[in-house]
Design a protein around this ligand. Structure first.
Ligand code: ADP
Length: 390
């Protein structure tokens, strides 16, 4: 495997397992910071491999490929949370610092482990249980009220692996799945939330932490489509409480790097934790243009144990709209149009093949008038997606 060419001056090489858009978006900050990246990419045309020169092709499940990457890196971090435990253990055994560490990462990999740990920490969660049989599902539904939410403990994203169940019968297939006997299914009460929020923080190995403002995340068909930063109409006390929860989790779990805590807001302003991600997160894409220090720069600083940057917003509001794939595979002409129509819109595209509904980019706009920012970001994203034509 070819080694990355280190920049002169003693700067480290950061290895990233996974060549998705999160790894790709570290490239800009790495270039500015003088760092070299090396990415273990799923394919030669993976999103990050298109912009990072050192991008050996290999799978995160392939021990040899992971160890070969680590060999020339000063620290290893992740584009996703799917690296299996045995490979993580072998990676740690090489002595290369790994951030977040597997002991923390497991709480982003396994939703049952996460619920157990957060409950032990007294962090507010939905009522939950683990079930392996229809009788256990029925008992939980009777206790918290139907419908309930069932989740596969591992491997879910964008709502895949989440099911609303009106009875145990709705979960027959999932209960019969071979993995279920071993791990069980996570059951949760259906939280009557008024909206979804996210708390994004970064924490370094030496324990320094920084928190971005709490944001509102808007989901459409289980996919995050819009983020409002900061979350409108949140009181100072509510925002502080949500930030406190995220910082507490980061400290108690010894999280290193960026931590996203997805939250449900209840009608009375309290929040409960939905799930954790230990990497830059969609709810933080606004910070690339809207904050003094964006999440990708901050993640690099955190995993290298560099002093963290200021997470303060530049402007009153930043709105992020995700660009989803539409029918048209050609994007360049609509992207030109959006740039011409709105020179203040910051368009980020990930170099990914277009598939309907796939996240292929996002648009950030910042300013004072929230309604107009939402219109502008939404229009730009919809135009690139091909949903609007003027
Ligand atoms: P994923 O890991 O696929 O992102 P999540 O656990 O975030 O899955 O759930 C996806 C969506 O399902 C959430 O954004 C929320 O809208 C809904 N959801 C998840 N858990 C609950 C719950 N306990 N109560 C109500 N809605 C839920």
């Amino acid at each position: 495997m070819s080694k990355p060419v280190r920049s002169p001056g003693g700067f480290p090489v950061v290895g990233i397992i996974g060549g998705g858009q999160l790894a790709r978006m570290c490239a800009g900050p790495a270039a500015e910071l003088g760092l070299t990246l090396s990415v273990l990419a799923e394919a030669a045309d993976a999103s990050a491999a298109l912009v990072i020169p050192s991008a050996p092709v290999g799978q995160h499940t392939d021990l040899e490929a992971v160890l070969a990457l680590a060999e020339h890196c000063d620290v290893v971090t992740f584009d996703h949370e799917h690296v299996p435990a045995d490979i993580l253990a072998a990676l740690v055994a090489t002595g290369v610092p790994v951030h977040p560490r597997p002991e923390a990462l497991v709480f982003a990999q396994d939703k049952i482990a996460m619920r157990e740990r957060l409950t032990a920490l007294d962090v507010p969660c939905p009522a939950w249980a683990v079930a392996r049989t229809p009788a256990e599902v029925e008992a939980f539904g009777a206790e918290v009220g139907w419908p309930i939410i069932a989740k596969t403990p591992r491997g879910g994203y964008d709502g895949k692996g989440v099911l609303v169940a009106g009875s145990a019968g709705d979960l027959t297939q999932w209960l019969a799945h071979e993995g279920t006997a071993e791990t069980g299914l996570l059951l949760e009460e259906r939280v009557p939330f008024v909206r979804e929020l996210a708390a994004l923080v970064a924490r370094s190995p030496s324990g320094q932490a920084a928190a971005w403002p709490i944001v509102e995340t808007v989901q459409t068909d289980g996919i995050c489509t819009e983020v409002l930063a900061p979350a409108p109409a949140l009181t100072g006390g509510e925002a502080a409480a949500a930030t406190h929860i995220a910082l507490r989790i980061a400290g108690a779990l010894d999280v290193t790097g960026v931590l996203a805590v997805e939250l449900f807001e209840l009608a009375d302003g309290r929040v409960v934790v939905n799930e954790l991600a230990m990497r830059p997160h969609n709810s933080g894409h606004w910070s690339m243009d809207g904050a003094v220090t964006g999440q990708f720069e901050q993640h690099l600083r955190a995993v290298l144990d560099l002093p963290l940057g200021d997470p303060s917003p530049h402007e009153r509001w930043t709105v992020m709209a995700n660009v989803l794939g539409g029918e048209d595979e050609e994007l360049y002409s609509s992207y030109r149009h959006v740039m011409a129509r709105d020179p203040g819109a910051k368009v980020h595209l990930y170099g990914k093949g277009v598939r309907p509904g796939r996240k292929i980019g996002h648009v950030n706009v910042s300013g004072d008038d929230l309604a107009s920012l939402r219109e502008r970001a939404g229009h730009a994203a919809a135009y690139i997606q091909g949903k609007v034509r003027e």
